[in-house]
Design a protein around this ligand. Structure first.
Ligand code: GLV
Length: 449
């Protein structure tokens, strides 16, 4: 974790939702209720489930009860013969999402660069590492929380920036923001969101932890305007994506000639930006194509260099994190330029086909700057066990992307909450079953392979 992390103020109340349990579990009264004299009382149920909420609707995610989600599922099955609406196998959730989405939308989310070598490599690197569990170490009480760059996280997990989410579900980023806030996890909002950053901030509610991802526009006025809007809307940490100055070669989208931005989806932050609109000759409704062309012109700037970071520093007062770092020298350079953190990431294999698996790059980067910069990780992560592996290799926190997009596709906000509950339950169980009580106890010796 960054040595100077404490200089960043924690958000006023980033904690998870209230641990208070309801006095009764309404679903106990359904006609499907089986006879289960020992467990058929709210008190007995609370003992088994560890105080989690059992009404099947308010799926509050509480750190006190991450792993008790499984008890809840089994009990619900016992008493009402109900099974979870969505699979608890987060790798299999992709199939549900595929069925729910149009081929273009599914292709856009799931697709990678070129022949998909790096998408596969990300998974292969995670699968190759195997956890070596340790025994008899009193893991009865666990605390997964961490503070990263001043953000308290009840577990070291955050929601990665994923743009254009309205192609996945009409509620898009609003649903994701609500689910993340309920779980007390930070959401990194993409510049390419379908809803404006102000709308998403409002959906996430008081006390939510708001990070903003910047696709750094070519135009300086638009850059400054977006940064000012983000700060005004309560985003406190900035994540600058470095690996998408140009869009990677993506045959899945190219074969359909599908790029949602050109249909004005995923450019809400631009179309609502006064500095962007000032550059248009006519209002967007009168000449939508010109607006899209203006966006395409400024979306990114491949001429940027390390020196340009000073400009962002001038205009952003909170922590700055660089996303897309895969080489130790780049990590050192980020440190030398005064950055606060990095995300070791290959953009989920969407940019350079054949790029190194992000997990394979992680140890070298941690060796270079761990303890000086916050080192976050993404690319390929689907499950709680994957999170454990990245933490063991030195990540301070882990970002999930496609996994929650598949939850969104399958069930809107409830689907995202389902994904978070499954992931956090499996994370908690894997920490415990491998013989640990907190992420701080995980190290490379946990892994074989
Ligand atoms: C854009 O960032 C994308 O990965 O589609």
């Amino acid at each position: 974790m960054a040595a100077d992390a404490e200089r960043w103020r924690a958000p006023s109340s980033a904690g998870a939702s209230s641990p208070d349990a309801p006095q009764a579990a309404p679903w106990l009264a359904t006609s499907h209720n089986r006879q289960a004299p020992e467990t058929n009382s709210p008190r007995a149920l609370r003992r088994i489930t560890g105080n989690s909420i059992l009404d099947g609707k308010d799926r509050t995610v509480s750190p006190e009860s991450y792993s008790s989600f499984q008890n809840e599922i089994y009990l619900q099955g016992l008493l009402t013969e109900q099974v979870p609406e969505l699979t608890t196998d987060l790798q299999a959730l992709e199939d549900t999402a595929r069925q729910a989405l149009s081929p273009s939308a599914y292709g856009y989310v799931a697709g990678g660069a070129g022949g998909g070598a790096t998408v596969r490599a990300n998974r292969e690197a995670l699968d190759r590492r195997r956890v070596v569990p340790r025994m008899l170490r009193d893991v009865g009480t666990r605390d997964l929380s961490r503070t990263v760059l001043g953000t308290r996280m009840p577990a070291p997990v955050a929601l990665a920036p994923v743009g254009v989410l309205s192609i996945v579900h009409p509620d898009g980023e609003l649903a994701v923001a609500r689910a993340a806030a309920k779980a007390g996890l930070p959401m990194v909002l993409s510049t390419a969101s379908s809803y404006t950053l102000e709308e998403v901030a409002e959906a996430s509610g008081e006390g939510s932890s708001r990070w903003f991802q910047l696709y750094w526009p070519k135009d300086r006025e638009v850059t400054v305007s977006m940064l000012q809007r983000a700060e005004a809307a309560g985003y406190h940490t900035l994540v600058i994506t470095l690996d998408t100055w140009l869009l990677g070669w993506r045959p899945t989208d190219l074969d359909r000639a599908y790029l949602p931005f050109l249909q004005r989806t995923g450019i809400a932050n631009y179309l609502s930006d006064p500095a962007f609109l000032a550059g248009l000759d006519k209002p967007v409704e009168e000449d939508p194509l010109a607006a899209v062309a203006h966006w395409a012109d400024m979306f990114a700037d491949p001429t940027k260099t390390w020196q340009d970071l000073a400009f962002i520093r001038e205009h952003w007062s909170g922590p700055i994190v660089l996303k897309g770092v895969l080489h130790a020298d780049d990590a050192r350079r980020a440190r030398d330029e005064g950055m606060d953190g990095i995300v070791v990431s290959n953009h989920g294999g969407r940019q350079v086909d054949g790029a190194v698996a992000a997990l394979d790059a992680l140890p070298e980067v941690v060796d270079a700057v761990g303890g000086e910069l916050a080192v976050l990780f993404d690319s390929g992560v689907r499950t709680g066990a994957d999170v454990v592996k990245a933490l063991a290799l030195g990540a301070d926190s882990v970002l999930i992307g496609r996994t929650y997009a598949y939850g969104l596709a399958s069930g809107g906000e409830e689907g995202v909450t389902h994904v978070l509950r499954c992931l956090l339950a499996e994370l908690d169980l894997t920490v415990a079953l491998s013989g640990h009580r907190s992420p701080d106890e995980l190290g490379p010796d946990l892994l074989a392979g």
